[in-house]
Design a protein around this ligand. Structure first.
Ligand code: 1CP
Length: 353
């Protein structure tokens, strides 16, 4: 039986209350990429490890960097420190992060290459991530929710086929058009891996899950349906069946006018809005019970000062009466001044009149 004290504590977390559609005294907030290179204490830890993935797979260090922004700013949620590319790494795609160059992957473009990948070693490989979550759950302040995450299948496939980052992911989109059956096998494998990974994240202590579909906006309508909407809908349905109380936030970056369709189809508990979506339009377009998350421009946080706080006021006004989680429209930029993050968080913690 569940310990009743911890059940009450969980229930009290502002982020969870907003995701359940319950009343909150102020909007909960966290920031995508709240841990990372804009923080000097992150850069100090990063120097201790030979490469970025070693940081993701070291529970002592991953716990520490997850907690760094919470200690400074007291966000309402901590997001596991890891990366979306640990999933390709765990199914057998070789992944490396080269200093200053971003990720480099062994590209998967043929049936033979795809046949080499499997789920067999997934949990073994990702066990340090589960250990990190369990320790975080024990160490976080009682009011701070713990967010686990994964990349959505299309975004992962885009990196896997391309062999790294790209402006337009043309190789991945071309393979999807030319060899839809092969591409569907890759998407299905990634979707199975994501379900298994997120299921274990919840068992290890994650209370909320976010699916990052950072490159959803690269797909035209029919392809968006095949490679984003359908697999994400399946992932969310399977997670809901296993963990009905755990909310999923979907972040389909860049989908523009398809936002309403995507949101209705995938049935996430909340939708992450990117920088380009006008909040007032999102409020009109999306179902009233759907929790909205977003979407201050990360550049507004770099620029900082009073104009940033004015943008925040506009978001507050546009979302009044709606379940809303404050976030950025994309991750914190490296050149961000930690003092401006403090200014923003102080204002977010103030309960508006
Ligand atoms: O050397 C370093 O310090 C590496 C910088 C870095 C960091 C701090 C990378 C490399 N990843 C991360 C952490 C990270 N990545 C988190 C940690 C938790 C937090 O938010 O605080 C998360 C959630 C991610 C997710 C992630 N990784 C996404 C989805 C979100 C997004 O930004 O769109 C993507 C696309 C990645 C890939 C990735 N990882 C790192 C880089 C440089 C990239 C992008 C490569 C490209 O430009 O395509």
């Amino acid at each position: 039986m569940e310990n009743s004290r911890s059940a009450v504590a969980t229930d009290d977390k502002l982020l969870l209350r907003a995701l359940q559609g319950r009343s909150v005294e102020r909007a909960p907030f966290w920031l995508m990429r709240q841990a990372g290179r804009y923080l000097p204490e992150y850069r100090a830890i990063r120097k201790e490890v030979p490469d970025f993935l070693s940081l993701c797979y070291n529970p002592d260090l991953a716990v520490e960097v997850t907690l760094q922004p919470i200690r400074r700013y007291g966000m309402d949620a901590a997001i596991l420190f890891s990366d979306i590319l640990v999933v390709p790494d765990a199914i057998g795609v070789k992944v490396a992060f080269q200093q200053g160059e971003g990720p480099v992957l062994e590209p998967i473009r043929t049936a033979q290459a795809l046949d080499q990948l499997s789920l067999e070693r997934l949990h073994d490989h990702l066990s340090p991530v589960y250990a990190t979550l369990t320790r975080l759950r024990a160490e976080l302040p009682a009011q701070t929710a713990l967010i686990g995450f994964a990349g959505a299948p299309w975004t992962l496939a885009a990196y896997v086929v391309e062999g790294g980052g790209s402006k337009d992911f043309a190789a991945a989109r071309t393979l999807a058009r030319r060899e839809p059956e092969l591409f569907a096998r890759l998407i299905d494998l990634l979707a199975d891996a994501v379900v298994a990974f997120l299921d274990r994240q919840v068992q290890a202590g994650a209370e909320v899950l976010q699916l990052f579909d950072s490159w959803a906006g690269a797909l035209p309508e029919d392809q968006l349906e095949l490679w984003c909407v359908r697999p994400v809908r399946r992932i969310i349905a399977e997670l809901r069946a296993r963990h009905p109380a755990v909310p999923v936030i979907h972040f389909p970056r860049g989908v523009g006018l398809s936002l309403g369709h995507v949101a209705r189809q995938v049935e996430a508990r909340a939708i992450g809005l990117d920088t380009a979506v006008p909040m007032g339009e999102a409020v009109r377009l999306l179902p009233p019970s759907l929790c909205l998350q977003g979407n201050l421009d990360p550049v507004d946080l770099v620029a900082g000062g009073a104009p940033m706080l004015e943008r925040l006021e506009r978001l507050r006004a546009a979302t009044r009466g709606r379940p809303w989680i404050f976030n950025l429209g994309h991750g914190v930029l490296q050149q961000t001044d930690p003092g401006e993050v403090q200014r923003l968080c102080d204002e977010l913690r103030r309960v508006p009149a």
